[in-house]
Design a protein around this ligand. Structure first.
Ligand SMILES: *Cc1c(COP(=O)(O)O)cnc(C)c1O
Length: 339
C-alpha cells in the first residue's frame, strides 16, 4: 500500500465521478456551447452568490487572470509573503500583469486590515499605484490556516474606502468554510474575484473556477484565450467538477480529522522539533536540528509514505479523499516506527 500525502492534488477520480464524465453532454466551450461547462460555471457562481464564473485548466491560471483583470500596469499588488500568487506562480505577477508586489509578513499567511492600510502607497509619482489586495484562504504555506471572517470584512471595508480591488485565492476555500463558521455566500460577498480549485481536496482531476461579476468574467474570457487556456469539449472534465461540488465538500471534515491525528502523533516523536498547529488538511512539521530532514523524507518513502520538503527542516503532509482509514492507521505506525 502506497500512502501518498504529498498533496491533495494526487486524488484519482472515483467510479461515480468517471461515470459522470463519460456521460457528459459536451460542445465547444470557446464558443460557449458546452452545456456541462456552462452548468459547472453557473453552479460555482451561485454557490458564492456571484454573477458569473469561468472554468480554467488550473488555479495558477485563474489567479493570474484575476490579477490581470483587476489591475492596470504599472501598479502594485499587496499580498502575504507566503502567498501562492507570489511564491509559486513562476513570477506571473510581474510577467503577466506588469505589477510590483508588496509582500507583507502576516500571521501564518493571514493579513490584517491594519497591516494592509500601512502598506498602501501614497499618491506620489515615485511609487507604483496600489491597485489590488490578494488574500489566500486557507493558506497553504501557513499550514492550512483559516481567516477570521471579521478580519476579511475589515479588509473589504478598507479596500472599498481606498478604491482597491480584493481577490481571494480560494484554492482550498471549502476547507475553510466547512471548518469555520461562515458560508460560501459570506465569502462571496467580500471579494471582487475568487479562484476556487476543483482538483485539490474536492477530488476532480483537473480545473479551477474564477468567479466575479459578468463584466469581469467577460474580460476573463479574453485573458484566458490570451493565456492559451480556451478549451474545446471541456465538459468531460467539467463534469468531474460538478460531481465534486455536489458530493465532496462536506467530507473535507474527515480529512481535517485525520490531519489532526497525524499532528498529535508527530507531537510525541523524538525526531520532531515542532508541529505547526493543524487547522485543516495540511500538517507541517520541523525535524530536530541534528537530523537532516531529507533523510526523514527518504525513510518515509522507503516505507511507502510519501511526503514533501516544505522549507528548512520542514516536511508537509496533506490529507485527502483517497487517504483511507486503513492508510491513516498505517501512516501513524510508520511515523512512530522511525528513529
Ligand atoms: C494549488 C494551489 C493553487 C493553484 O495551483 P494549480 O496547480 O495551478 O492548480 C493556487 N493557490 C494555492 C494556495 C494552491 O494551493
Amino acid at each position: 500500500m502506497i500512502i501518498d500525502l504529498r498533496s491533495d492534488t494526487v486524488t484519482l477520480p472515483t467510479k461515480e465521478m468517471k461515470e459522470a464524465m463519460f456521460n457528459a453532454k459536451v460542445g465547444d466551450d470557446v464558443f460557449e456551447d458546452d452545456e456541462t461547462v456552462n452548468k459547472l460555471e453557473a453552479l460555482g457562481a451561485s454557490l458564492f452568490g456571484k454573477e458569473a464564473a469561468i472554468y480554467c485548466p488550473s488555479g495558477t491560471m485563474t489567479n493570474q487572470i484575476a490579477i490581470k483583470l483587476n489591475t492596470n500596469s504599472p501598479g502594485e499588488i499587496i499580498c502575504d509573503e507566503l502567498s501562492h500568487v507570489y511564491k509559486y506562480e513562476g513570477g506571473g505577477i510581474g510577467f503577466n500583469s506588469g505589477l510590483a508586489s508588496k509582500l507583507l509578513q502576516g500571521n501564518a499567511g493571514r493579513l490584517t486590515a491594519k497591516q494592509i492600510e500601512t502598506a498602501i502607497n501614497p499618491d506620489d509619482v515615485h511609487f507604483p499605484e496600489t491597485q489590488l489586495v490578494s488574500l489566500e484562504n486557507t493558506c497553504n504555506k501557513g499550514g492550512g490556516t483559516i481567516y477570521d471572517i471579521e478580519e476579511i470584512k475589515n479588509i473589504k471595508t478598507l479596500c472599498d474606502n481606498k478604491n482597491l480591488k480584493l481577490h481571494l485565492d480560494g484554492a482550498r476555500i471549502f476547507n475553510a468554510t466547512v471548518e469555520a463558521n461562515y458560508s460560501t455566500q459570506d465569502i462571496g460577498a467580500q471579494f471582487d474575484t475568487i479562484s476556487v480549485c476543483l482538483s485539490k481536496g474536492l477530488g476532480a482531476p483537473v480545473g479551477s473556477l474564477l468567479l466575479g461579476t459578468k463584466t469581469d468574467i467577460k474580460k476573463a474570457r479574453r485573458i484566458r484565450k490570451l493565456f492559451g487556456g480556451g478549451m474545446r469539449q471541456a465538459g468531460y472534465i467539467a463534469a468531474a467538477g460538478i460531481y465534486a461540488l455536489e458530493n465532496n465538500i462536506e467530507r473535507l471534515k474527515e480529512d481535517h480529522q485525520k490531519a489532526k491525528g497525524l499532528g498529535s502523533t508527530l507531537e510525541n516523536l523524538a525526531y520532531v522539533k515542532k508541529v505547526l498547529p493543524v487547522h485543516t488538511n495540511i500538517v507541517v512539521f520541523e525535524v530536530i536540528d541534528k537530523i537532516d530532514y531529507t533523510t526523514i523524507i527518504n525513510k518515509l518513502e522507503e516505507k511507502n509514505l510519501k511526503s514533501v520538503a516544505f522549507g528548512p527542516q520542514q516536511i508537509r503532509l496533506v490529507t485527502h479523499l483517497d487517504y483511507t482509514d486503513d492508510m491513516h492507521a498505517e501512516a501513524i505506525n510508520i511515523l512512530n516506527s522511525l528513529r
